[in-house]
Design a protein around this ligand. Structure first.
Ligand code: TRP
Length: 342
């Protein structure tokens, strides 16, 4: 199939605006997919949407330049592979729109040291990267606020770990608006209807994570079907033996959640379908459902990643459309602060 690109922006003004970003920090997991990315596709059908690869955020921890460059394009390809349409959504790379860095600087001056010191992610990351507690890591939520406020986003789909950052974005917007009059839309978090929280396959009390040292704990979006089947089959369960949702059954609850997301079946329906059947049968069904869920994403990705020229074209068009909106907001904010516009 030929990749083509439509260069006329087809955004309408009336719909609510939604924005989200993903860091280019390696191949996402099934958890990232079911918990966030799959919903982005649904949201893009309903709202005016913008999605970015948050590469500026990535350098708050040390990156290998070669690897970073590769991962930025991989994540861009992934955004298209999950079904986002560059003719419908603005899809761009954060660093291609300088307004993000510019507004972030301004907002830094409207954010208090004390507020940032309370951010739990900063506290965690200063421990896990104790040799590189840089100012960017500290100011990370301000850059995120700039991302959101530049697009006047009404809604921001975020996971639980980013909720505190969204709160700060709201506080910064309210503060700026109360000093200078209405400048920024105050964003609301968007909590998905089927907010899947996928847990580790090896320790179902912990969130599934791509940085899990045990690769059996997570399924990567691009794992081969055989690998997916193997990982699901070796998922930790319990010795009780019944497929139903219940206390002390974290492993089975997790697999049921995954199965439910892939098939649309409710927990009760799943329990009914697997009544009298063992975990072996259930795991095989879950594995197959996951394979089929990820298959089109992987196939489309494999095609896209080979077409770097097309990806660059998408990024260029995205940057152009994103800049138009972002610069409008940046100029507005700069004027209010007292800058002389060039
Ligand atoms: N900090 C987010 C994460 O790591 C990524 C991100 C950057 C983001 N800018 C954003 C998410 C703006 C939503 C809106 O997951």
């Amino acid at each position: 199939m030929e990749n083509t690109i439509n260069t006329s922006p087809a955004q309408t003004e009336k719909k609510k605006k939604i924005l989200s970003c993903i860091q280019p920090s390696g191949i996402p997991t099934l958890g990232n997919y079911l918990g966030a990315l799959k919903n982005w596709k649904l949201l893009s059908d309903e709202f005016d949407s913008a999605f970015a690869v948050a590469d500026l955020h990535a350098i708050t921890v040390r990156q290998d330049p070669q690897k970073l460059r590769k991962q930025i394009m991989e994540v861009l390809a992934l955004l298209l592979a999950i079904g986002l349409d560059p003719d419908k959504s603005i899809i761009f790379i954060q660093s291609h729109v300088p307004a993000h860095s510019q507004l972030a600087w301004i907002l830094n001056c409207y954010t208090q040291f004390g507020e940032m010191s309370r951010m739990t992610q900063f506290k965690d990351k200063s421990q896990s990267h104790a040799d590189n507690v840089n100012v960017g890591l500290f100011a990370y939520p301000v850059l995120m606020a700039a991302d959101i406020l530049l697009y006047q986003a009404d809604l921001v789909p975020v996971g639980a770990d980013q909720k505190q950052h969204l709160e700060i974005a709201r506080d910064i917007a309210n503060r700026f608006n109360s000093i200078y009059g209405n400048t920024f839309t105050v964003p609301d978090p968007y909590i998905g209807k089927n907010g899947a929280r996928v847990m580790s396959l090896q320790d179902p009390t912990k969130k599934m994570s791509k940085s899990d040292p045990n690769p059996k704990g997570f399924v990567s979006v691009f794992d081969a079907p055989e690998t997916i089947m193997k990982k699901i089959k070796s998922a930790v369960t319990d010795s009780e033996g019944g497929v139903y949702y219940g206390e002390g059954k974290d492993g089975i609850n997790n697999l049921m959640g995954i199965y439910s997301c892939c098939t649309g079946l409710s927990m009760d329906e799943i329990a009914r379908d697997f009544e009298g059947k063992g975990y072996g049968d259930f795991k095989a069904a879950v594995g197959e459902a996951v394979v089929e869920e990820l298959r089109p994403v992987r196939e489309r990705y494999e095609q896209l990643i080979k077409d770097q020229a097309y990806l660059k074209q998408v990024a260029a068009k995205g940057a152009e459309n994103a800049s138009r909106i972002a610069n409008r907001t940046l100029n507005k904010a700069m004027k209010k602060c007292g800058f002389v516009l060039p």
